[in-house]
Ligand binder design. Structure first.
Ligand SMILES: [Zn+2]
Length: 234
């Protein structure tokens, strides 16, 4: 990986990309690549007591703190939590975001995920990736000169694992933990609403993926479209 890559993670909610690819982003950042984190929704419904308007502010602050752990650039799209749809206006917003980010690699959600926002974010990132290169599709920024390679994050849904690529994240695990821990309001919400210790669950998953490839902790991705023989992941 001599070439300097622009690496973008697109997640529906603040905390999704930390869990799904935080370690891999940390490795890219440490290797000197330009890392960007895009949060499609503002996460404003993810709490039992804090009202949405107030929560959106907290979650943006937490997301920026998580990105700061690895020095990533943030794209905060601000769609309401639970209301991310695949429609014309939203796709245009994704196209324009990609034209600003100009990524070589995109990490995003597997489009058959459990949460409709994840499904929409995965579909939007995938379809906007190609359309962003078409000059006659007009948005505020000029067309991208090439589409990115897409990798779906494996967060324990039924991805097609035969095509998967593993990344050893053992050495950056403390950074990954710190990125997720920045989302304090979410750790609380998932504990209270879903009875889940999300840090422990993430560690268990990453350890299980590590066992599959002979390291302590790993993340797993499924590539889609625009393949090349050369591996781009660290
Ligand atoms: Zn999510």
């Amino acid at each position: 990986m001599a070439e300097k890559l622009r690496v973008l993670a697109v997640g529906a909610h603040p905390d999704d990309i930390e869990i799904g690819c935080g370690g891999t982003l940390a490795r890219f950042a440490l290797a000197g690549h330009h890392v960007m984190m895009c949060y499609a929704t503002n996460g404003d419904k993810g709490h039992l007591e804090i009202p949405p308007a107030e929560l959106a502010v907290i979650r943006e602050r937490e997301a920026r703190a998580a990105a700061a752990v690895i020095g990533a650039e943030v794209f905060w799209m601000g769609f309401p939590d639970g209301e991310l749809f695949y429609d014309r206006q939203t796709r245009e917003a994704f196209i324009d975001m990609l034209r600003q980010a100009r990524p070589d690699i995109i990490f995003t959600h597997w489009p058959e995920a459990y949460h409709p926002d994840h499904v929409a974010a995965g579909q939007l990132a995938f379809s906007a990736n190609y359309i962003a290169t078409v000059p006659h599709i007009r948005t505020a920024h000029p067309a991208s000169d090439h589409p990115a390679r897409i990798y779906y994050m494996d967060v324990a849904h039924d991805v097609r694992v035969e095509a998967a690529e593993y990344v050893d994240i053992t050495e950056v695990y403390e950074m990954k933990r710190k990125m997720l821990a920045a989302h304090e309001s979410q750790l609380e919400w998932l504990r209270e609403h879903d009875g889940v210790d999300v840090l422990a669950r993430m560690e268990a998953r990453d350890r299980a993926l590590g066992q599959l490839c002979g390291v302590m902790y790993a993340e797993r991705f499924v590539p889609r479209g625009f393949r090349s023989a050369q591996r781009l992941l660290p």
